[in-house]
Design a protein around this ligand. Sequence first.
Ligand code: TLP
Length: 350
Amino acid sequence: MKKFIDLRSDTVTQPTFAMRRAMAEAEVGDDVFGEDPTVNALQEKVAGILGKEAALFVPSGTMANQLSIRAHTQPGDEVILEASSHPYNFEGGGGAAISGVQFYCIQGVRGILEPSQIEEAIRPSDHHFPVSRLICLENTHNRGGGSVYPEKKIAKISELAKSRGLLLHLDGARLWNAAAATGTQPREYARWADSVSVCLSKGLGAPIGSLVAGSKSFVDRVHRFRKMFGGGMRQVGIIAAAGIYALDHHVGRLKEDHDHAKRLALGLRELNGVSIHPDEIETNIVIFGLARAGVDAPLVAEAMKKEGILIHPLGGRQIRLVTHLDISSQDIDTALNAFKKTLGREMNLS
Ligand code: TLP
């Protein structure tokens, strides 16, 4: 099978040999009975890293977010979030279908909201209005181009939430990348939120797995809903072992992915008809625009595939690239050369 350089997402990584060995050797038990020692160890480890009382292992980031929304809200409540956020756009309408909530979306700058924007969105206490119950933030912000939420901004939003009686959920699918980029530890971000979801299957390179963390009583409530949604798993220490391995071995290398993303952005900036600001690339996600009329992102993706590079078109005019564990420095050079060739051809420049 032809080996592609896959820049579509950091979810595409292959478990390493050492990770597979850790999985094969994992001690397991029935986790629905709470008897899987490896799952319990992972949950304790992540609760510790995030400075929360408890954490629960769940199959996906989507389930982690949806469980958090379900556990925090009542049907009819309103959830305030950014217009390009994951729970609003990419979770199959789960907020409405599973929790009966409605979303109040606000346009941010690269996914980042100002506390004043959120303040304006909070409904007055009046029976005409839905109850503003929950604020969801995303750090790093996927469609914001891997942008990092400044910790001070999260702190301000948290204080606002507390003062107005709202709860705060942090979608930290890529919180590890935020921490690697800034040196601000995951727990320093997490301390401002009532709940945090984190993923092991993105930059950390595990095949499956996310966790929801928060107070003991919140996690207990999430546990009940996990059962209800069919997310209780049995000898799942096999997967949790990959997560423990990833936390122990793959966090320290994330900066490498960020350097690769920056290099992609700097190289792309040199190409005609590409709209990109390399200064804005903070982590492992690069989103750039195609500024020339008639150049279409899906066609560019098709042409790049012929060069052995997989990329993710976002609609017709934008492309997303994500660096990760399986992308080497040489792959970045190869990808940039392919872009040069492809975009030159697409734009009739060569
Ligand atoms: N994001 C995926 C796709 O769903 C778009 C990707 O390739 O980036 N929160 C954030 C911020 C995410 O980026 C994702 C996945 C999730 C939650 C959901 O995680 P999974 O895929 O495990 O359900």
